[in-house]
Design a binder for this molecule. Structure first.
Ligand SMILES: Cc1ncc(COP(=O)(O)O)c(C=O)c1O
Length: 361
């Protein structure tokens, strides 16, 4: 069996894999509505969010569809969003804004850079017209966990601007303070820290923020969250959902609950990541960031001098591990390791052993 150390899709647990084989179901039948309602409730329960204030809106697509649904459905035509970029996914938020003619300003940083709070404050002070700030929580490009505590403090200081959060690679494994951070919506997906399969994504949205959008014309047909919310609140779905991936997500959320929720998952990921960080450090392979700047979900490591990424990847794959390349400009200098999915401590110990054999050969 190959252990996937890429940031999703993940290695499935047996119970989630088995759930994929449940009986065929029509998405207009009561059994499907029960399944959808269970997922919606369980998603809110991950962060103990009350259903009268928050809605989980579930639909078929990958993480990018959740980002696009959030951006197009939460920013009204008269709104303007400040997009913070420090990696590929922040830049993707800007691409979405450009594509849908959403008014925006960009606070750009190089990939991996810490968000410049002075510059952010300057933008918030200068642009009094801002309706939202959009930011990635865990920027998977480098593994940096952006500090939403301080970002949200600044947003509160300047007209209490609400946050649109890309939580695609943090939901279910990192702390997300929905109320305290004044989050309008958070985009996420089933096949990362939730440990289900690709195909289902979701947005956790503040109901009041959604209510404000009900008078605004939809920017898209398929990704309009108001349409989904109205249908799902009335025990329906506007479009065919990916039934089997719903089965998997429902089972994965039960499993998350059984294993102690996001806090326990965070602890477990750190336990695995510590094995990797310490093991690679002994081989003189350095982590790109100190622990306090990283997410538990994925860390980036410096490719040792003279080591070709593709060769390293292929040799590790031959012994059962799939690692992940650096993106864009980091292609030749970094590689990434993720802890998501059904991975044990002994898997990670074996991984660092295999790394040692390859590096020292
Ligand atoms: C932070 C973040 N946002 C968005 C995405 C896009 O998700 P997908 O590839 O499922 O569309 C990813 C994927 O890795 C991600 O890490």
């Amino acid at each position: 069996m190959v252990i996937l150390l890429n940031p999703g899709p993940v290695v499935l647990s047996e119970r989630v894999r088995k759930a994929l084989g449940k009986p065929d179901l029509c998405h207009r039948e009561q059994e499907f509505i029960d399944l959808q309602n269970k997922i919606k409730t369980d998603l809110l329960d991950v962060y103990q969010l009350p259903a009268d204030k928050w809605a989980s809106i579930v639909f078929t697509g990958s993480g990018t569809s959740a980002m696009e649904a959030m951006m197009t459905s939460l920013i009204p035509s008269h709104g303007k969003v400040l997009i913070i970029e420090n990696g590929i996914y922040g830049e993707r938020l800007t691409k979405i804004a450009n594509m849908h003619n959403i008014e925006h300003v960009v606070l750009h940083h190089e990939w991996g850079e810490e968000i410049d709070l002075e510059k952010l404050e300057g933008e918030l002070r200068y642009h009094e017209e801002l309706s939202h700030v959009a930011v990635v929580h865990h920027e998977t490009t480098t593994g940096r966990l952006n500090n939403i505590d301080v970002i949200s403090e600044l947003c509160k200081k300047y007209r209490n601007v609400p946050i649109l959060l890309d939580g695609v690679s943090s939901f279910a494994a990192e702390e997300i303070k929905f109320e305290e951070w004044n989050i309008a919506a958070c985009a996420a997906t089933a096949n990362k820290c939730c440990h289900a399969v690709p195909g289902t994504s979701f947005v956790i949205a503040n109901r009041e923020a959604m209510q404000q959008m009900s008078a605004t014309p939809a920017r898209t047909l398929y990704l309009d969250l108001v349409t989904y919310l109205n249908a799902q609140d009335n025990n329906g779905t506007p479009f065919t959902q990916s039934v089997q991936t719903f089965y998997a997500l429902a089972e994965a959320l039960d499993e998350l609950k059984d294993k102690g929720g996001w806090e326990k998952r965070q602890q477990q990921y750190w336990k695995l990541m510590d094995i990797v960080r310490n093991g690679l450090d002994k081989l003189n392979i350095k982590a790109y960031f100190d622990k306090e700047d990283c997410s538990c979900v994925l860390n980036a490591f410096q490719l040792p001098e003279g080591v070709n990424y593709q060769e390293l990847h292929d040799k590790l794959k031959a012994v059962g591990f799939v690692i992940y390349a650096g993106q864009g400009g980091f292609e030749k200098s970094l590689f990434r390791i993720s802890c998501m999915g059904e991975i044990s401590e002994s898997d990670m110990e074996r991984f660092t052993d295999e790394m040692g054999k390859i590096i020292n050969s």
